[in-house]
Design a protein around this ligand. Structure first.
Ligand code: NAP
Length: 330
């Protein structure tokens, strides 16, 4: 055997072994993900006659959730900020699910004015809402103030869902039994509680910590909503979908996106990421369950301590009422 063929055998041999190992590792991680999933196929919940609102429905988890809700007969409001991307998602869902009843409406969740005009239109068309999925979020955006004086990340991920849920409270209660689902993140454990962040002030934030803090606030206010809506037939829970390969990192530097892409071989895809959100939306055993935080494997778990403190949540509520101008009548 020549030196060259000996070398190529060794290199190719090692390369193939390495590839095989990576492939086996990927396969076992993906199989493990599958074992964590809730059995969606065996859930018989039918949503005919029900109305669901999904924010950020045009991509990732929101798109998959919208499709499954529509497949089960719900009229689904795709609440999107970008009409073109919304139309594309609508066409894709419609193609996959011929009888889907979908409405595409514009809303910019970082703008309280936009949320108010969205709700005005929505309530004219849909006086009862059975499901609200607060899914839209941004990540990787440095402190930036919106024209309304809120920090863009906190406005989109926290104040917007706070206002939307409040403005839809009447419609949710009229439905008799309704669910609100707030999509949080396991990364919230790296956040901390500071209400001043909402207006772009407050304590220092390391890279992307505004995203983590906004998710912590969302989990905290979930508990406060649940306390306030007790006995009304409306339940409010939050869930973390796990590490899912979607467009969520689009604002982050290229090296983050690149490592996210590499990790995409091992992490969840949007169908798997949507599974715990669909569990909270559809599972019959969750009737009446409220104020809980669910892990990506659909288990009730304890959120970070700061998100469990009712006094902090109450104070956050009062601040949010002022910032979102909730008592404004129009
Ligand atoms: N992917 C993960 O690993 C992961 C982990 C934990 C939690 N989550 C959470 O899961 C949820 C869904 O995220 P994803 O992973 O599916 O990411 P995604 O594909 O980027 O979806 C986010 C959606 O939010 C929309 N959005 C952003 N800003 C908005 C605004 N101001 N008004 C209205 N819509 C807006 C986006 O619309 P455009 O297309 O117009 O930008 C997009 O449709 C988010 O709450 C995210 O924080 C994701």
């Amino acid at each position: 055997m020549s030196l060259w063929s000996l070398l190529s055998t060794l290199i190719l041999g090692r390369g193939s072994v390495l590839l095989l190992l990576v492939y086996l590792f990927r396969l076992s991680v993906r199989l493990w993900h599958r074992t964590q999933l809730w059995d969606l196929q065996h859930c018989s919940t039918d949503l005919t006659g029900k109305t669901a609102v999904v924010t950020g429905a045009n991509s990732g988890i929101g798109r998959v959730v919208s499709q499954e809700l529509a497949r089960r007969g719900a009229r689904v409001i795709l609440a999107c900020r970008n009409r073109k991307r919304g139309q594309q998602a609508l066409a894709e869902i419609q193609a996959a699910c011929k009888d889907a009843c979908l409405l595409l409406w514009d809303v910019d969740m970082s703008s309280m004015a936009s949320i108010r005009s969205f709700v005005r239109l929505l309530l004219q068309e849909c006086p009862e809402i059975h499901l609200l999925v607060n899914n839209a979020a941004v990540c990787g955006i440095p402190t930036t103030l919106t024209p309304e004086g809120l920090d863009l990340t906190f406005a989109t991920n926290y104040v917007g869902p706070f206002l939307l849920t409040n403005l839809l409270q009447g419609a949710l209660q009229r439905a008799g039994s309704a669910r609100v689902i707030n999509i949080s993140s396991a990364w919230q454990t790296h956040g901390y509680f500071d209400e001043e962040h909402l207006t772009g002030a407050g304590g220092p934030l390391t890279f992307n910590q505004n995203y983590y803090c906004s998710k912590l606030l969302l989990t905290s206010i979930t508990g406060e909503f649940a306390r306030r809506l007790q006995g009304t037939g409306v339940t409010v829970n939050s869930v973390e979908p796990g590490y899912v390969y979607t467009d969520i990192m689009r604002q982050l530097p290229w090296y983050f996106r690149f490592s996210f892409w590499i990790s995409s071989f091992f992490i969840k895809d949007p169908i798997e990421g949507a599974n715990p959100v669909l569990y909270l939306s559809l599972a019959k055993e969750l009737d009446g369950v409220s104020g809980k935080y669910f892990s990506s494997s659909c288990v009730i778990t304890s959120p970070p301590e700061a998100a469990q403190d009712p006094q902090m949540a109450q104070s956050l509520w009062n601040t949010s009422v002022k910032l979102a101008n909730l008592n404004k009548t129009d």
